[in-house]
Structure formats: structure tokens, C-alpha cells
Design a protein around this ligand. Structure first.
Ligand code: ADP
Ligand code: MG
Length: 673
């Protein structure tokens, strides 16, 4: 024995155990020492093979197993296996018998078999078996090698599971996913795979589009811009976001948002979302916001115009009045008559323009009607939710048995939109807006404690938020037009001013409660509505009816109008007492000994309104009739709670004819009624 053999022996401890194995015996038949050495090396190689190797005789009894076989089957040494039948080690009894006869007959067999370990557990093995001869060429037995498939099987299963998981993920994603493969050198892309979302979003069947060029299936991609992006990503390998864009062709249209990346060498993946709904909601929100802004502007311009128009009206009335009186004194043949006529016509035309301005100013108040606030609010909740967006919840808590209010529903809409937008702006991140309604009776005590409130029955609605709230300083200024704490582009400062204007116009009140960092509650009080309000009728004007010396007490705080009114009425044949303030009028009335037939009074004056004045005058002169005049419209006045059903009213400016007719009509009624 030479050194190499010894060294191998020392190194390989276990092979020694198999030294007496048949293969060694067989080889030992050669007398040549070199051969013996070679054979020993071979045996050593076999023994150290990672594959299990075994030899059986023709009956299937083990005559050799290598160390890997021993380990694979869970034994400690070969001796525990040798001499035993392969049947108890491999497959089912029938199976192994079949394999043995197959090998003996055909020379070899390969396939998978299950191995039974010493502890009874099983494993899968890849088997290659063939027969071997003895030296005389007779069939001696079977040798076989075994590869443990456990690890490979596990890997395969894991791979399958992983594949299944990713497939499932791919299929069930909400986003559409398309896998493309570039062709024509990236000119176009074949659709290789799509997930369920693509079928759903594009309303196509997978089978009908897979394998086809993108531009054939979705021709709109060229204009859409997607093709360019795909080509770029394919060329550069740099992933791209393809932000919201509008896709359309004959069959589809809608907004899509894409993320595109490359899987080398030539696959491109597009993950995309159908954001059409989101876009629509966004667009609608922007539209509503713009509408609100427009309404705020209109409202403030209207107020401005209304204010100017009111003063202007008074002046026009003076011009018209004097022009008419002058016309009466000038001979129609005189050239002055035509000039005066021109002045009158121009003034009347101006009055028309003023009337339009006034109409514009009170644009919002045109369709007053008895309203159930709950119904009105319910009707606009959907719009409000769109205006506010999904991040903020709007809770609606309608109160029970509300009284009706008399209002224009569009104004309720405007108030709520303004309050909700403010609430939204005050909330950063998630938050909540609560809208509540209820009825409330304010008594004297409450009103004494709360400046500006009037006792009575009210319907209230509250908009509360859990936003940033306001400090005292902000709170004190919120109703000022153009007061805003928001950025130049964000706030107009007209929202709360608008709300205030509307509420005041409807004789209501506002109460704002706010704490910095906690939130804000804005409560609106609207007076309870009882009974219908009759529409005002305009009188037809015929000839100018003259007076019969009746006494008229004229009260008007605008001096020019007072003077002119007196001249008109005196010229018509009335006796006129004039007062520039309600106080003076009362003094006059109390000290006047004769009969006062008619009180002609302005509606809105400092100190006291026309109605209160009338009450006091009537206390002294119970037979007097009352005619109110006002530059404000009848509607407006009605809702300041002054003008009631059946009261006589003429709007300013009035012409000589209208005043004469109205005064005469009232006095005639008085005589006959
Ligand atoms: P704008 O909203 O355009 O600023 P507004 O008149 O609607 O004008 O509101 C005026 C200011 O009142 C706002 O800038 C804000 O400071 C304050 N404000 C109004 N409502 C709220 C609220 N719900 N929470 C906090 N601050 C508010
Ligand atoms: Mg606002």
C-alpha cells in the first residue's frame, strides 16, 4: 500500500467500514497493486458521492450502499442496511418489484420513487437504476443512484406558491397593470399580459387583446401621449410617472394616471388608475367654489349698487318732481315746455336704470317663500359634500318639528356654502362638520344679556367644525367685508360679510362661538314665519286727481324730498304739514288742532321707523290714514317687519301722477269706508 491510499483512508473515516463490500472484493481479484489503488480510489469516490448509491442482488437484497445512501435513509452505518431487501426502503412493494423486473429485463430504469427513512418518514428521490453483470457476463444485480428531491420539491412548491401569490396580487389590484413587450425596435408594444382591472376599466376581454399591438387595441394612445412615454422608458430605462391625462378614442374616454417602468431587456410595465370620477369631483368642486366666489362678489357689488341707487333715487325724485311742477306752470306752446319735458324724460329714464340697479341689489331676495329648513338643507347637502370634499365628514342632525321660515332657499344655500367652506378651510387633515337645526324661543332675559337680539320665536341652524378656531381679535372682525386671515389667492373676506348681510336682511341674528384650537360654531337665527304675505299691487295712473283741501302730514328726513313733496301736494290742492324727523312729526301731530287726514311718511328714518311713528300719530288722530313711502323695495320693507298686509305703500321715486293717484285713492276710501 502506498501513501496516497493511506492518506485517503485517514481522511475518509467512514469508507473503511465498507472495506469488505462486494465491489472491493471484486476488484481485489486483480493482483496488480496499481489497479487495487485505482479501485480503492474509485470506491472512495463512490462513497463520498453526494448521491446515494446502492447495489442489490437480483432478488433486491442490498449488497452495497454508500455513505450518502446511509445518511439519506437515516441510518448510522451501512451494516444496518446490507442484507436487507430494497422493498422496505423504496416505494410500495408492488412498485419496487416492478422496477426490479424492469431493470433486469431492459437493463435500466429511471424515475421518481418515494424513499422510506428509518423513522418511517418518506422523501422523494430521483432514481437511476441499471443492471450489472458478473465477470462471466451473467446478470448479477442492480445498481442505482438516488438524488434526494426534498429540497428541490420544497423549492418548487415555494416557487409555485409565490407565483400564485403574485399572480393573485397582479390580478386583483385595483390599478390596471399591462405588461408590454417592445417590437419594431420600440415603435410599438405588444400587450403581453393584463390584469382584471384592465378588463374592467377598459371593458375589454383579456383574450381579445393579448398578443396584439397597443396602437391597434387602443388607437387613442398616440394622442394621449402614452406611446411617447412608453418609448422613452423603453429607450432610457428610467421609470416615469405619467400624470393625469385624458384618454379617448371611439370607444373609451376618461382620465388615466400611469406609472411606467422597464423590466429589461424589453418589457415595459404600466400600472395605471382610472381617475375619471376623482377628476369629475375635483372639477365640480372647483366649479362650485367659483360659483360661491361669484355669488360673494355679486352680493357685495349688489350692496354697493343698492346703497348708491337708494340715494340716487331720492335725488331723481326731486328732479322729476320739480320738472313736473315746472311743466304745469309753463304754457305747452312755450319752448321751455319742451326743454322741461326732456329733463323729465331723462330723469324718468334714469329712474329706470336705478330700478334695475336696485333689482340687481336685491337679486337674491326675489323668490321668498315659506320654507321647511330641514327640507331645504337636505336638498343641498349633496352639493355641500362635493364642495367640501371627501376628507371631511358632514354630519346632518335635523331638529324635530321646525317652524317654517320665510326666505329664499338660494340664500340658505349661500349661507351654508359660505359657512361650510370656512369650516373646511379651518380644518387641516381629517375633521368633521356638523349641521344642526332646532327651534328656539328667545325671551327678554336672554335678549337683555345678548346685545342685538330681539325676543321671539326663531328657527336656528348651526354649522360647527373642529378646526383651528379663532382668537378674540379675529372673531371681532369676521363680518367685516374683505377681512380675511387667508392668503391672497385663498380668501376674499366676503364670506362672513355675505352671511351677515343675508341674515340681517331676513331679520335674523348670528352668534359665533369659537375657541382657538378647538373649533367654531356659527348659529343663525331666522324668525318664525306665520301666515302668508300679500303681494303689493301697483296702481294704474290716469288723470291727475286733485285734492279737496285735506290735511296731509308729510314726514321725510331727506330735506330736498320734503320740500318737493310739499310743493307737489300743495299744488294738487292739499294742505301740507311737514316734518324732517319723526320727533318733529309727533310734536306737530299732538299740537295740531284740526283734522289730519293722511300721514305720508318715509319708512326708514333715524330715531323711529314709519310704522312706529304712524302708531303714535294715530293715537292722537285716530281717523287719519297712513301712506308709506320708501326707496327700499316693498319686499325688503315687508321683511323688516314694518310693512304688513293691507298697508299702503309707494316706492320712491314716484312721479307726480302716482303720488296724486295714491293719495286720492286712500282719501276716497276713507270717505266712503
Ligand atoms: P375668507 O373665508 O375669504 O377669509 P370669510 O368672510 O368667509 O372670508 O371669513 C373671514 C375670516 O374669518 C377667515 O379668514 C377666518 O379667519 C375666519 N373664520 C371664518 N369662519 C371660520 C371658522 N369656521 N373657523 C376659523 N376661522 C374662521
Ligand atoms: Mg370664507
Amino acid at each position: 500500500m502506498n501513501r496516497p491510499r493511506k492518506r485517503v483512508r485517514e481522511k475518509e473515516a467512514s469508507p473503511r467500514k465498507n472495506e469488505e463490500a462486494p465491489i472491493a472484493a471484486e476488484v481485489r481479484a486483480s493482483d496488480e497493486a496499481d489497479l487495487e489503488e485505482t479501485l480503492w480510489q474509485l470506491q472512495s469516490a463512490i462513497n463520498s458521492s453526494l448521491n446515494g448509491i446502492a447495489m442489490c442482488d437480483k432478488k433486491g437484497t442490498f449488497i452495497y450502499v454508500n455513505q450518502a445512501f446511509v445518511t439519506l435513509w437515516g441510518f448510522d452505518e451501512a451494516s444496518q442496511i446490507l442484507g436487507r431487501s430494497a422493498i422496505s426502503f423504496l416505494g410500495s412493494p408492488g412498485e419496487i418489484t416492478q422496477v426490479i423486473s424492469q431493470v433486469l429485463e431492459h437493463g435500466n430504469w429511471s424515475g421518481e420513487m418515494s424513499g422510506r427513512r428509518r423513522d418511517g418518514t418518506h422523501f422523494d428521490a430521483q432514481v437511476y437504476a441499471n443492471s450489472f453483470m458478473d465477470r462471466s457476463g451473467r446478470l448479477a444485480g442492480i445498481r442505482a443512484s438516488f438524488v434526494d428531491l426534498t429540497a428541490r420539491k420544497q423549492m418548487e412548491t415555494a416557487l409555485k406558491e409565490s407565483e400564485k401569490r403574485y399572480r393573485e396580487l397582479f390580478q386583483n389590484m385595483n390599478s390596471g397593470v399591462v405588461v408590454y413587450e417592445a417590437f419594431n425596435n420600440g415603435d410599438d408594444f405588444l400587450i403581453r399580459d393584463v390584469n382584471n382591472a384592465v378588463e374592467f376599466i377598459e371593458n375589454v376581454e383579456r383574450q381579445k387583446i393579448i398578443g396584439k399591438p397597443l396602437t391597434e387595441v387602443f388607437p387613442g394612445v398616440k394622442q394621449f401621449g402614452l406611446l411617447d412615454v412608453l418609448q422613452r422608458v423603453w429607450r432610457t430605462g428610467v421609470p416615469e410617472q405619467f400624470a393625469a391625462a385624458f384618454y379617448h378614442d371611439e370607444r373609451h374616454q376618461g382620465w388615466r394616471e400611469n406609472r411606467i417602468y422597464k423590466i429589461p431587456p424589453d418589457q415595459i410595465v404600466a400600472v395605471y388608475d382610472d381617475i375619471t370620477e376623482r377628476k369629475k369631483t375635483e372639477e365640480e368642486r372647483e366649479r362650485l367654489q367659483a360659483q360661491l366666489l361669484q355669488a360673494q362678489k355679486m352680493e357685495s357689488i349688489g350692496r354697493l349698487a343698492g346703497g348708491v341707487a337708494h340715494d340716487f333715487n331720492n335725488m331723481l325724485m326731486v328732479i322729476i318732481g320739480y320738472a313736473e311742477m315746472a311743466l304745469e306752470q309753463v304754457d305747452p306752446a312755450d319752448s321751455f315746455h319742451a326743454l322741461l319735458e326732456e329733463i323729465r324724460t331723462a330723469a324718468l329714464r334714469s329712474a329706470d336704470i336705478t330700478r334695475q340697479l336696485l333689482a340687481f341689489a336685491r337679486k337674491q331676495t326675489r323668490s321668498l317663500m315659506p320654507l321647511d329648513l330641514n327640507e331645504t338643507i337636505e336638498g343641498i347637502l349633496k352639493m355641500l359634500r362635493r364642495l367640501i370634499g371627501e376628507d371631511i365628514e358632514i354630519a346632518w342632525l335635523p331638529g324635530r318639528n321646525l317652524w317654517p321660515v320665510y326666505m329664499d332657499p338660494a340664500q340658505i344655500n349661500q349661507i351654508l356654502a359660505n359657512l361650510c367652506v370656512n369650516a373646511r378651510d379651518a380644518i387641516s387633515g381629517g375633521g368633521k362638520i356638523v349641521i344642526e337645526t332646532s327651534r328656539e324661543t328667545l325671551d327678554e332675559t336672554y335678549c337683555a344679556a345678548n346685545r342685538g337680539f330681539r325676543p321671539g320665536e326663531y328657527v336656528t341652524f348651526v354649522v360647527s367644525d373642529n378646526g383651528c378656531g379663532m382668537d378674540r381679535k379675529t372673531l371681532d372682525s369676521i363680518f367685516e367685508p374683505f377681512f380675511t386671515t387667508k392668503g391672497v389667492d385663498k380668501g376674499t373676506g366676503l364670506g362672513m360679510a355675505t352671511v351677515y348681510g343675508i341674515v340681517k336682511q331676513n331679520n335674523g341674528f348670528i352668534n359665533v362661538y369659537s375657541e382657538p384650537g378647538v373649533g367654531t360654531s356659527v348659529r343663525i337665527y331666522l324668525p318664525r314665519h306665520e301666515g302668508e304675505v300679500a303681494a303689493m299691487t301697483e296702481n294704474a295712473v290716469q288723470d291727475i286727481p286733485a285734492g279737496a283741501g285735506e290735511t296731509i302730514l308729510l314726514v321725510e328726513d331727506e330735506v330736498a324730498i320734503l320740500k318737493m313733496g310739499r310743493r307737489i301736494l300743495e299744488r294738487l290742492g292739499y294742505q301740507v304739514l311737514t316734518a324732517g324727523t319723526p320727533g318733529k312729526a309727533l310734536d306737530l301731530a299732538r299740537n295740531y288742532e284740526g283734522r289730519i287726514h293722511l300721514l305720508l311718511t318715509d319708512m326708514i328714518m333715524p330715531e323711529m321707523n314709519g310704522k312706529d311713528l304712524a302708531e303714535r300719530v294715530l293715537a292722537v288722530h285716530p281717523d287719519a290714514s297712513v301712506l308709506y313711502m320708501s326707496g327700499y323695495t316693498a319686499e325688503n320693507v315687508v321683511h323688516q317687519g314694518i310693512l304688513e298686509d293691507g298697508m299702503d305703500f309707494i316706492p320712491k321715486p314716484f312721479s307726480l301722477e302716482i303720488l296724486a293717484a295714491k293719495v286720492r285713492e286712500i282719501l276716497n276710501r276713507q270717505q266712503h269706508g
